[in-house]
Ligand binder design. Structure first.
Ligand code: NAP
Length: 354
């Protein structure tokens, strides 16, 4: 069976390069076009490649960077587009592409809160995918699916089994967010070297708003979850990986071992369907007192294609009916490109790319 031709929009960026690394040898998708800003059109991705852990495949390295334009998508018979565009650019082009029948899987925030756009994490809210059928573009076969902000994606994975089993109302979280979360070139080195910046514009509000949609229930649209996520977000001098310190008040005293079991035994639809980029175990619990750490646990997830797709939990404690733990997830893989690729694999399995 031939593979599905796809484009990467914003291919030279942090998320775009992760898209390319995950798609260049994908079993279902094949890269048909790479788009960048006008500044780099006509060049090759090889000149801008920054992922020293993943070699760029020769057939992709030799592709010419294309302008961000519907004509390029048509010319290459693109069925699905993966967007790593800045939000202010993504808004129009993603909808325009959907209107001409392209299935768009986006990392940008532009459409995340649109009522008929899924904010999808296949392990958490797989039934939200059906929202695409309400989008006007769906008449042409196109649609937009978004994945959540990188800091809430890593938290949504452990929250799902806890929310399903326990009576929770409030989640308190302090984040230690990596530099790559700010795009390329990101935070000026003089601002972040030997420093922590206790402010990431809009992040705390996004975490609260997006958690309500992801954990919400689907009826006539999404009914927001009553759960409130109260975040304090900070940027730290780490290259990749968002670490988060989580505190959740419980109604009843529950042993830490029981929480650990709920988390490590959690499996979602992505695991049931054995999607290529789904980690066998989406939430990994570590027993060591000093884990998870970005340097050691960033690439958690098996099989090889799912490296960086699992969230790692550590230091689970329950004291006076408050459970506390740390969670680490890869912001440009699980919280970025890998999340979108998993969404596309799920949509493909459900027949939405036919
Ligand atoms: N980084 C993360 O951890 C993360 C996680 C989740 C979601 N996101 C979201 O994902 C998106 C991309 O983030 P990023 O970190 O990859 O940003 P980035 O490194 O700044 O990359 C942005 C990409 O968009 C392209 N671009 C910029 N302006 C353009 C224009 N006018 N026309 C066409 N292309 C243009 C850039 O091309 P040039 O290289 O040619 O400038 C580059 O390929 C953002 O919406 C971000 O909020 C990021």
């Amino acid at each position: 069976m031939s593979k599905v031709p796809v484009a990467v929009l914003g291919a030279t960026g942090n998320i775009g390069q992760r898209f390319v690394s995950l798609l260049q040898d994908h079993p279902t998708f094949e890269i048909a076009a790479l788009a960048s800003s006008e500044r780099k059109v006509g060049g090759s991705l090889k000149a801008f490649w920054r992922l020293d852990d993943v070699p760029l495949a020769p057939h992709v390295a030799s592709m010419e960077l294309q302008p961000l334009d519907l004509g390029v998508l048509r010319k290459h018979d693109v069925v699905a587009a993966f967007s790593g565009l800045p939000s202010e650019i993504a808004g129009d082009i993603e909808m325009d592409a959907a209107r001409v029948g392209v299935r768009v899987f986006s990392n940008a925030s532009a459409h995340r809160m649109d009522p008929d756009v899924p904010l999808l994490v296949p392990e958490v809210n797989p039934n939200h995918l059906r929202l695409v059928e309400r989008q006007p573009a769906f008449r042409e076969g196109g649609f937009v699916v978004t994945n959540p902000n990188c800091s809430i994606t890593g938290l949504a994975l452990p929250l799902k089994p806890l929310v399903d089993s326990l009576d929770l109302t409030d989640v308190h979280v302090a984040t230690y967010q990596a530099l790559s979360g700010a795009g390329y070139p990101g935070v000026p080195s003089l601002d972040i070297t030997a420093n922590v910046i206790p402010f990431i514009e809009g992040e705390e509000e996004k975490m609260r708003r997006e958690a309500k949609k992801i954990l919400g229930s689907l009826s006539d649209g999404i009914l927001p979850s009553p759960i409130d996520v109260w975040a304090n977000c900070a940027r730290v001098a780490v290259r990749d990986g968002h670490l988060e310190a989580v505190s959740i008040p419980l109604k009843d005293e529950i042993p830490a071992g029981e929480i650990a079991h709920l988390l490590s035994s959690f499996r979602g639809e992505a695991q049931v369907q054995q999607l290529p980029t789904a980690p066998n175990q989406p939430v990994i619990v570590r027993a060591e007192a000093n884990r998870p750490q970005p340097l050691l646990d960033l690439m958690a997830g098996e099989p090889a294609r799912a490296r960086g797709m699992a969230a790692t939990i550590g230091r689970i404690r329950v004291v006076e009916r408050v459970v506390r733990f740390f969670v680490l997830s890869h912001n440009t893989i699980r919280g970025g490109a890998g999340g979108s690729v998993l969404n596309a694999e799920f949509a493909h399995r459900r027949g939405y790319l036919d």
